[in-house]
Design a protein around this ligand. Structure first.
Ligand code: NAG
Ligand code: NAG
Ligand code: NAG
Ligand code: NAG
Length: 455
């Protein structure tokens, strides 16, 4: 059948064909341009307006920050200015841009600081501290769900304490405003952990509770509707939170979800829009930390066998004298093991997140992250490769080799950096600058909506 006869068939066919052609063209356009952008011929040489002796190699590094010398490497050799740019012509790379681009890449690749960009962080933090304003939907003490909506009046405990700590800290902070007009963000104060423990709701009732809550605030106040929830956020640490928004789809798609279960693999979590926070076992104050030389064992793990990764890890290393792995609870104190090992393994359990990362950091032990697809806490602020070792679960058999290949000097640097990030993984009864509360505020600050309707 010819296209022309289809064309005359009826009014529905025409828009369909137009749509088909348009989408084909768009697909072709995206395909052709993205190919261009993704093309990284190995050892591509670009010339650059620099001193002829200046050479910059931008390399793909392996897990020890050692450059890979194989064909996957992208090498920029900036040596000779007189020959032409051998890059595909349509690529819009002015020499000035190339310089800026390579400068940024160099900074990123060579950065061993615990922050990706110290200057930017300092500047933005100050601005955030001064101007970020948050409106909390108000609830009364006699609200039947006050236990879920208001801060707890005791010191938070347990694995999911981050959720309760945050609410307590926020209520006491200078970020709160009672004037919604000056608010950058709106806080949805329900606690997923409290809903789960509330007999009237339970795991099965969380989705309906959240749905009803959002309908209520969107009818009572104008703020939800004007942005579809994009300037709203909630904080949850319990893993049941990952399906809590299934009946409140705009919370999932538009709002900022500040959560502990931050896996690139979960459909409920949207990386970059949402923010990852650490699970932290509450501990008061600081403890005495062993320096590198007092850490006699190479690596340590103990925990329940609730994932393939853990089974694998323990099965592979159970007889080793350097890597100590333990099924379930140990008879000796947990803290002793964390203080006596160079590396402390965070192996995913039911979830990618557990409190082990912050346990390791608290005891000055370099975390080894064995949790594929984990969007690590504060990863857009903190340079995780400067204070941790990230290992793919496929590399469990090579774990010892990987850790032993890290030179002592490099280890000492990693350990010092762990000490530097400690403050970012600490809750305080009275929040302190740069502690986990302020880090969360910063995550919110960089995600605040720039589009706002003025009433
Ligand atoms: C730079 O390249 C040009 C052309 O390929 C060549 O003639 C010249 O000798 C080179 N200069 C240096 C310093 O290598
Ligand atoms: C942030 O604000 C608080 C409260 O105004 C203040 O005490 C603190 O010094 C500020 N911190 C920084 C780094 O500006
Ligand atoms: C917001 O939108 C919902 C659904 O369209 C509507 O029921 C509600 O009345 C609106 N809220 C306000 C304050 O206008
Ligand atoms: C560990 O030791 C036991 C007993 O000596 C042995 O049967 C087992 O094969 C060893 N496992 C590994 C992974 O080396």
């Amino acid at each position: 059948m010819a296209v022309s006869s289809l064309w005359n068939r009826g009014s529905l066919i025409k828009p369909l064909i137009v749509a088909l052609i348009t989408s084909t063209l768009i697909t072709f356009y995206i395909f052709s341009t993205s190919r261009l952008l993704l093309q990284h011929p190995p050892h591509q040489t670009w010339n650059h307006n620099l001193d002829s002796s200046a050479k910059l190699r931008v390399f793909v590094v392996d897990r020890h920050n050692k450059p890979k010398q194989d064909d996957e490497s992208v090498t920029l050799l900036l040596a000779n200015t007189s020959s032409s740019l051998p890059f595909p012509q349509p690529f819009p790379f002015a020499k000035a841009h190339l310089q800026q681009y390579t400068h940024q890449l160099e900074k990123l690749v060579r950065n061993n600081d615990v922050l990706h960009d110290k200057d930017l962080f300092k500047k933005e933090y100050k601005e955030m501290n001064k101007s970020l304003k948050i409106f909390v939907y108000p609830h009364k003490k006699h609200d039947p769900f006050a236990n879920v909506l208001l801060p707890v009046d005791h010191e938070p405990t347990g694995n999911y304490a981050s959720e309760s700590y945050f609410k307590k800290a926020l209520y006491k902070s200078h970020f709160i405003t009672n004037d919604p007009k000056e608010a950058d963000l709106f806080y949805l104060p329900f606690s997923i952990a409290s809903l789960r423990n509330d007999k009237r709701v339970g795991v099965g009732g969380i989705q309906d509770f959240v749905k009803k809550y959002v309908v209520e605030i969107s009818e009572k106040y104008p703020y939800w509707n004007r942005s579809g929830g994009a300037d709203h956020f909630y904080v949850a640490c319990h893993s049941v939170g990952r399906s809590a928004m299934e009946k409140a789809i705009h919370v999932k798609l538009n709002s900022i979800q500040v959560v502990c279960s931050s896996s690139y693999y979960l459909s409920g979590y949207v990386p970059h829009k949402d923010a990852s926070i650490p699970q932290i076992w509450p501990r008061k104050g600081a403890t005495t930390i062993n320096g590198p030389s007092l850490r006699k064992k190479l690596a340590f793990f103990a925990g329940a066998m609730n994932s393939r990764v853990r089974e694998n890890l323990v099965e592979t290393w159970k007889n080793d004298s350097e890597i100590i792995v333990h099924r379930g609870r140990m008879k000796t104190p947990y803290s002793e093991a964390l203080l006596g090992s160079k590396y402390c393994i965070h192996a995913k359990g039911f979830e990618i997140n557990t409190a082990r990362v912050s346990d390791a950091i608290y005891y000055g032990c370099v975390p080894v992250i064995l949790a594929d697809h984990y969007d690590l806490p504060f990863a857009d602020i903190l340079n995780w490769k400067s204070f941790s070792v990230i290992v793919s679960s496929l590399d469990i058999p090579k774990l010892k080799q990987i850790l032993e290949e890290i030179e002592y000097d490099h280890y000492v640097k990693l350990q010092q950096n762990v000490m530097q990030v400690q403050k970012h993984f600490q809750w305080n009864t009275f929040s302190k600058d740069f502690d986990v509360f302020y880090m969360i505020m910063y995550e919110l600050w960089i995600r605040r909506s720039h589009l706002r309707q003025i009433y």
